[in-house]
Design a protein around this ligand. Structure first.
Ligand code: GLV
Ligand code: GLV
Length: 305
């Protein structure tokens, strides 16, 4: 069996994969270019992919008819053309569950950094600006009694909801089919936890931002294209909303340049699941899916289009 891993993963997972066959791991410190990816997957029975790999019919063709599984080391799988792979009898799996708390923690971290001006305060000190404590200095806003609006009531959304309740917030959810209008109109914080699909692309557009309170904060830890990033910069510059905490970007790794200039924006480079524990669990789960399929069983975490 040939197993192709498109970017370095934890050693524990590699040990499991090596027990199944010959493992090739990309040593590049960057995503593989499409052409490199096509070459790398040739002859693969299994591909362990990352969210920056575009896996479509052409990659399946490049791999060959023996390809049985693409195991994405991510909960999101918008990078994979699932129907095209299903058509070729290739299983697609993801890594749900193991990154729920890590991602919810980061969403809350962004929110606190924003509402309590933590990142801004850190920049002020590093700039060696003079300062002194006074009662009106760098005031933020509290969370207690405010409304947390969660778009996408899946595992991560609900984990954010539990955290919000612990902070004394009222929590409202909007799922796939409910109107988001009411949530956008009333929430003090809008936190996005829906997957990226054709329906959720630019879910937060100029209209949605205009519907939000002027005092509201937007948190995005799902996928960049759920937000129209240019419309977000417009809305922030026009003070249509109070601030944004973003872990994901529409054109990753690029960030809309105007956002970099704003003090009421907190940015992290796609760190939602980035803890040692979670990344190890994610890689192990992907390996477990590969093992299940290559030994003739059913995948543990199949995804369907
Ligand atoms: C990370 O963004 C993931 O989808 O796991
Ligand atoms: C603040 O530092 C306080 O002591 O209240």
């Amino acid at each position: 069996m040939r197993i192709v891993v498109t970017r370095r993963i934890s050693e524990a997972a590699l040990v499991e994969l090596r027990a199944l066959g010959e493992v090739w791991v990309s040593e590049a410190d960057r995503p593989l270019e499409p052409e490199e990816l096509g070459k790398a997957v040739a002859g693969a029975d299994a591909v362990v992919s990352m969210l920056h790999d575009r896996i479509d019919a052409s990659v399946a063709e490049a791999a060959g008819p023996q390809l049985r599984i693409v195991a994405n080391v991510a909960v999101g799988y918008d990078n994979i053309d699932v129907p095209a792979l299903a058509e070729r009898g290739v299983h697609v799996t993801n890594t749900p569950g193991v990154l729920t708390d890590a991602t919810a923690d980061l969403a809350f971290g962004l929110l606190l950094a924003l509402t309590r001006r933590i990142a801004e305060g850190d920049r002020l000190l590093r700039a060696r600006q003079p300062w002194s404590f006074h009662l009106g200095f760098m005031l933020g806003s509290g969370l207690q009694g405010k409304t947390m609006g969660i778009v996408g009531a899946g595992q991560i959304g609900r984990a954010v909801g539990r955290r919000a309740e612990a902070f004394g917030m009222r929590v409202v959810y909007s799922g796939r089919s409910d109107p988001k209008e009411e949530l956008l109109r009333t929430a003090d914080v809008v936190s996005l936890h829906c997957p990226l699909t054709p329906e959720t692309r630019h879910l937060i557009d100029a209209d949605a931002l205009a519907t939000m309170k002027h005092t509201a904060f937007l948190i995005n830890t799902t996928r960049g294209p759920v937000v129209d990033e240019s419309a977000l910069a417009d809305a922030l510059l026009a003070n249509e909303i109070a601030g944004a905490g973003l872990d994901v970007f529409e054109h990753e790794p690029e960030v809309e340049p105007r956002l970099l200039e704003l003090d009421n924006v907190v940015l992290t480079p796609h760190l939602g699941s980035a803890t040692v524990e979670t990344r190890t669990e994610m890689a192990l789960l992907a390996a477990r899916n590969v093992e299940a399929v290559l030994t003739g069983g059913e995948p543990v975490n199949p995804v369907h289009s």
